[in-house]
Design a protein around this ligand. Structure first.
Ligand code: SF4
Length: 157
């Protein structure tokens, strides 16, 4: 995908700017830092956009953007100040794609930052956070791949 974005053939429609961008947000008593991986910052009609690339088994099943992918993109948009985004699903078998445009939503971003603040408070007080992925049939499948599954099942810190 990176080669497609960087290709000179696409220069008139989209201009590849950068990828693997580090970000850092300072709060009163903690820092959120990370790196935007599998993300492209591109320029279209003089407007910067963040393109978050996700590979999927079958792109036909991507009928709407995944809630967690939207959260991730909102955080990136908040951190970078680039307020236009796209979640691009790429079928790993045939490279077909499906794109969803996402606009910056300040309220949603602040909710996400509040989740970090809550998590920080729990950590400093040595309290386990709620096992929220187990609470929904849409997310429980992720527990099967979680390296903390057995500890989580035992409510162990
Ligand atoms: S098993 Fe892992 S992903 Fe599932 S709720 Fe527990 S910590 Fe979260």
């Amino acid at each position: 995908m990176m080669e497609v974005f960087k290709s000179e053939k696409n220069i008139n429609t989209i201009k590849f700017l950068e990828t693997e961008i580090p970000f850092k947000m300072n709060f009163e008593n903690f820092v959120i830092s990370g790196r935007l991986d599998d993300v492209v910052i591109a320029k279209e009609n003089d407007k910067k956009i963040i393109i978050e690339i996700k590979t999927v088994k079958d792109v036909r099943n991507a009928v709407k953007p995944n809630k967690n992918h939207i959260m991730q993109l909102q955080l990136y948009m908040h951190a970078t100040g680039i307020h236009d985004g796209v979640i691009l699903y790429v079928d790993r078998t045939n490279l077909k794609t499906k794109a969803f445009e996402i606009s910056y939503d300040e309220e949603h971003s602040l909710d996400i930052l509040n989740r970090f603040k809550t998590l920080h408070k729990l950590l400093v007080n040595d309290v386990l956070p709620i096992d929220e992925f187990k609470q929904s049939k849409d997310t429980i499948w992720m527990c099967n791949m979680c390296e903390y599954r057995s500890k989580c099942d035992r409510n162990e810190k």
